[in-house]
Design a protein around this ligand. Sequence first.
Ligand code: ADP
Ligand code: MG
Length: 321
Amino acid sequence: EALSNQIAAGEVIERPASVVKELVENAIDAHATQIDIRIVKAGLDTIQVTDNGDGIEQDDVDTAFKRHATSKIHDRNDLFRVRSLGFRGEALASIASVADVTLETSTGEVGTAVHIKGGDILDQHLEAVRKGTALTVRDLFYNTPARLKYVKSYQTELAHIVDIVNRLAMGHPQIAFTLKNEHGVQLKTAGTGDLQQTIAGIYGVSVAQKLLPVHGETPDFELDGYVSLPELTRASRQYISLLINGRYVKNTQLNKAIIAGYGSKLMVGRYPVVILNLQMDPLLVDVNVHPTKREVRLSKEADLAKLIQATIRTKLAQQNL
Ligand code: ADP
Ligand code: MG
């Protein structure tokens, strides 16, 4: 059991940013409206994620750390209609097998605190905690030196963390996010539900103000977001964010559709700033392709690509471009 958790951890938890992603996704799934992330030494020393979500019932705390224990799907069919970001029940078990983890949680009644290290429960007691959950992960990869060797510089690992929090925040403008490290606040979003305001918290007000709102829909898809004018470009694709039902995904075809929407207006090697939130029936999205759920398989991908390209093209045409 301990070993298989460590093997699973190898697939799900590649680096500190993977832990941040899994913990933040859990907070989102628990209906949090405020998520505070604190990291020390790019997460290798400490990662703490505190939310004001549903919390975990006292009796369910043990189960939450068991592999394949998820409260989010109940039968095989649910697997095809995943609404939540998590569903594999692997993250907490994996993280607890390669780090020192403290969980404090409450559903509003009495709270529970658990301390787990290398998969073993060291202590569990009741304590007064406000509603919500705080997970503190210390000494990540302390018992997997091979994994630790692959971790890059603090700067690189921090960049990965900021990147994933950015995307999750853009996919959830109704949630107020903060990200702090030992140098101060790295990110703060308002959580008002206004995507442009969220983007301002991430890329700055001056960028956010220059973006154009886009909206498009077909019977299958709904698309909302912001796109930059062709003059506001960047040297990398990094500023393109695609979120499907609140999940940040990478998809080459859809990226191509975005670029195609700009036609010849983009210079070679330049990319726009684009944030697209796509809503669709979960039945159209297969998130079971990869353990990190970053890659997804879409039915009707070509239709969606067409919608994206047409929506951007129309928007730019309205600006007489
Ligand atoms: P999954 O998200 O795939 O269900 P995880 O290992 O990430 O699996 O989490 C296991 C379970 O622990 C979740 O199904 C959920 O019931 C509970 N849980 C984890 N984090 C939180 C949280 N922040 N708030 C409430 N419940 C949580
Ligand atoms: Mg999860």
